[in-house]
Design a protein around this ligand. Structure first.
Ligand code: MLT
Ligand code: MN
Ligand code: ZN
Length: 275
């Protein structure tokens, strides 16, 4: 299975348009909003989440560009982990391809119904039911609801996916939104070839610097807590969905070094894996 990290930042990206914090005004390589592309055969591709940056992410990733026919695209569908805008607004951007197959938990699809109604005017979505060559399992991981949602439905509001390539046996766990280290997660990640974890915040008080709420209230387990879970454990761990307040964005920071020395990585946009 080929895996390409199209975007590795949290909502807003880095830099974020309305933020003048030191990281947003630094010369660091920009990061676009969290989105992943996967393919079993290198020909048909599926998106895990669909960021508002999807147009530029597709155009800067040769295997995702349109062709060979004039209106053919290698995109075969989209799976959503949740209904957050940074993970789903790209579905509005992809309206030109009417009938795009989409899979998400029912609660997430319900939350997105206002957006779906808009896309219906352009050809709508269909249901993604089959991913040839891949086996998908999902685990509900959080009750975090997007701010725009008023329903208090039971969920699941956020899931993690485990995707296994049936030919190679390689597997990816994608968990960009973790409020805690959830029940059942240890066995869900057991033996995975690559685990992408929620790396929104490094430490529990990070949003204070830009006048925000603490990030546990925002529903994101800090990296420090995840590192305690993975340190000394075999496996390939990486953090994505990095917020623009996160000091690990700076490759010379001690926080960045702490992540690497715990055996995890902080891959940049465009990083590719073969599992
Ligand atoms: C989140 O991950 O907490 C949300 O995407 C925040 C947001 O609304 O941008
Ligand atoms: Mn987000
Ligand atoms: Zn900032």
């Amino acid at each position: 299975m080929k895996v390409i990290l199209l975007g590795t930042a949290a909502g807003g990206g880095c830099p974020q348009w309305n933020c003048a914090c030191p990281l947003c005004t630094s010369a660091l390589a920009p990061r676009t909003q969290d989105c992943v592309a996967i393919s079993a055969d290198g020909v048909g591709w599926y998106l895990l989440n669909c960021s508002p940056d999807i147009r530029s992410q597709i155009l800067s990733t040769p295997p995702l560009r349109a062709g060979p026919g004039p209106r053919e695209t290698p995109l075969r569908g989209v799976l959503l982990t949740d209904a957050e805008l940074d993970h789903s607004l790209g579905l509005l951007m992809l309206r030109e391809a009417g009938g795009l197959p989409v899979y998400a938990p029912d609660t997430v699809l319900d939350a997105l119904s206002p957006f779906r109604a808009i896309v219906d005017g352009y050809g709508g979505w269909t249901s993604l039911v089959d991913l040839p060559g891949l086996r998908i399992s999902s685990l509900p991981v959080s009750d975090k609801r997007p701010k725009y949602v008023s329903s208090t439905g039971d969920g699941p509001w956020v899931v993690a996916y485990r995707i296994t390539d049936l030919a190679t046996g390689g597997s990816l766990v994608y968990a960009p939104c973790l409020k805690s280290w959830p029940e059942g997660f240890d066995s869900f990640v057991e033996g995975a070839s690559l685990v992408l974890l929620d790396g929104t915040f490094y430490a529990p008080d990070e949003m204070a610097g830009v006048g925000g709420p603490d990030q546990l209230a925002m529903g994101h387990l800090p990296i420090t807590a995840s590192l305690a879970r993975i340190s000394g454990r075999p496996g390939r761990w990486a953090f994505t969905h990095l917020n623009n307040t996160n000091p690990v964005l700076d490759p010379v920071s001690e926080e960045h070094a702490a992540v690497l020395s715990a055996g995890a990585s902080l891959p940049a946009d465009g990083t590719e894996f073969s599992l």
